[in-house]
Design a protein around this ligand. Sequence first.
Ligand code: ADP
Ligand code: NI
Length: 216
Amino acid sequence: MQDSFIEQTVTFVKERLKNAESGHDWWHIQRVWNNTKLILETESADHTVCELTALLHDIADSKFHDGDEHIGPRIAGEFLLGIGVDGDTVEHVQQIILNMSFKASLGEITFHSKELEVVQDADRLDAIGAIGIARAFNYGGFKNREIYNPEIPVEEQLTKEAYKNTKAPTLNHFYEKLLLLRDKMNTAAGKAIAAERHQFMELFLQQFYGEWNGER
Ligand code: ADP
Ligand code: NI
């Protein structure tokens, strides 16, 4: 039964994300799902809740729906009830999706569960390491940003204005977000994987500056 719920959810999500932007396409979902299963190898939490949430967490980005944080959880809930998932599970999945969103991270909503910790870690792992680097430059390219600008200190907190003017080089995003994620991980498994991916980003940056400065 559980397997069939997962399978039906995979089909639903693939279809919904057919035309999604590359930062949150099906492949992002598949990676977050894989990260979730990796974390669950050593963390105990409800597998069905975690896997369903990993699959459904980005089906409606509020950025494209007038900031409505509830649209994702609503669509996920309707779908899950439709295929016969029990009410408690559906409610839990909806709470996690709502609380993983950007606004929630600003502290407006409070909900905690082990399952939320697992899926949030899985999502954050996809923003760091080699994949995180690729996603950042992909995003920066889409916004026509410079990859780096030595005249703009990387650790400087850039204003919203600087971002609007597309002046914030992609490398700054490492210092404002990517390098901070390691210390935000919830689970022991998440922390261990994040530590390795963090190290890889440090290595990347070291190599990047070396090449930028004409070193071999
Ligand atoms: P999330 O899905 O974790 O809420 P976002 O929607 O903010 O993340 O971003 C999606 C991807 O784009 C992430 O990998 C993130 O690091 C990257 N990204 C977001 N903002 C920027 C930026 N200003 N510069 C470069 N990459 C960014
Ligand atoms: Ni995501």
